[in-house]
Design a protein around this ligand. Structure first.
Ligand SMILES: C[S@@+](CC[C@H](N)C(=O)[O-])C[C@H]1O[C@@H](n2cnc3c(N)ncnc32)[C@H](O)[C@@H]1O
Length: 260
């Protein structure tokens, strides 16, 4: 995506980091990342972070989880710049590389990674079947795909409430159901495919986020994005809570293993 057309520009990065924490452009912070990576030992691994955003998690994979080499990819210029600055500030530029990519096939050779990670980014990639095949290709035998993503609860057309939320969100979301993700990963050759529903967790968290947006911190958020945009974000959160409560918006964790 070209500069100017960026959905996650510097103002949005500042807003989302004020809400979700320094280096995080998705909810849940370090604790939620730990749940995505539960029971995995990343020591010395080569890891890919798809949709690295401003790089808080990309850096954590090397610094806190002991990955030997982490490649963070993203399609947008400002987030890649922020992630590079973060890796440098952490003294990890030798182990963390940030690559700006075009949407489409992953620009890496077969079997390049032990772990492919992603946090709430592949919602922006509509062709889940092609993505599953490509993630399988770039993993070594025995490698693991561990991700969090925003799913839709069913394979039918979005409800009017979901349409309203997607319109309010104004992001290029391409949401898939748990069944579609599972089938895509299995068809690509993955085994031990699991989809873990995080809807009950995010229903609670989203309410707390809305309370913060409307509460005493509102001025802080407004200083990042301006009062009009924060008013729009509040409407978006309200629309999101409707579809979370219906179970139609279904944040989930995905886990799959490439046979060894
Ligand atoms: C909600 S943010 C999450 C960022 C980061 N994973 C985090 O949790 O802080 C989604 C990110 O996905 C990126 N993105 C969108 N389309 C992408 C694509 N085709 N390939 C890689 N990243 C993409 C966006 O630019 C954005 O930085």
């Amino acid at each position: 995506m070209s500069e100017g057309g960026d959905l996650y520009d510097d103002r949005h990065i500042a807003f989302l980091e004020a809400l979700w924490g320094e280096g995080y452009l998705s909810p849940g912070g370090a604790a939620e990342v730990a749940r995505v990576l539960a029971e995995l030992d990343l020591s010395g691994m080569a890891a890919l972070d798809i949709g690295c955003g401003s790089g808080g998690i990309t850096v954590a994979l090397a610094r806190d989880y002991g990955a030997g080499r982490v490649t963070g990819i993203d399609v947008e210029v400002p987030v890649c710049a922020a992630a590079r600055r973060r890796a440098e500030a952490a003294g990890l530029s030798d182990r963390v590389e940030i690559v700006q990519v075009e949407p489409g096939p992953l620009p890496f050779h077969d079997g390049a990674f032990d772990l492919v990670f992603s946090k709430d980014s592949i919602v922006h990639i509509p062709d889940k079947e092609a993505l599953a095949r490509d993630v399988f290709r770039v993993l070594k035998p025995g490698g693991v795909f561990a991700a969090s993503d925003w799913l839709i609860g069913h394979d039918g057309p979005p409800s009017p409430e979901m349409e309203a939320y997607l319109k309010a969100e104004a992001l290029d979301f391409g949401m898939a159901s748990p069944a579609r993700y599972k089938a895509a990963l299995q068809a690509a050759g993955f085994e031990s495919v699991t989809v873990t529903d995080r809807n009950p967790w995010y229903r609670e968290v989203a309410r707390a986020e809305l309370a913060r947006l409307e509460g005493p911190e509102r001025a802080t958020f407004e200083s990042a994005l301006g009062p009009e945009e924060i008013a729009r974000q509040i409407l978006t959160w309200k629309a999101m809570i409707v579809v979370l409560d219906k179970g139609e918006h279904r944040p989930s964790h995905l886990r799959a293993r490439k046979p060894g």
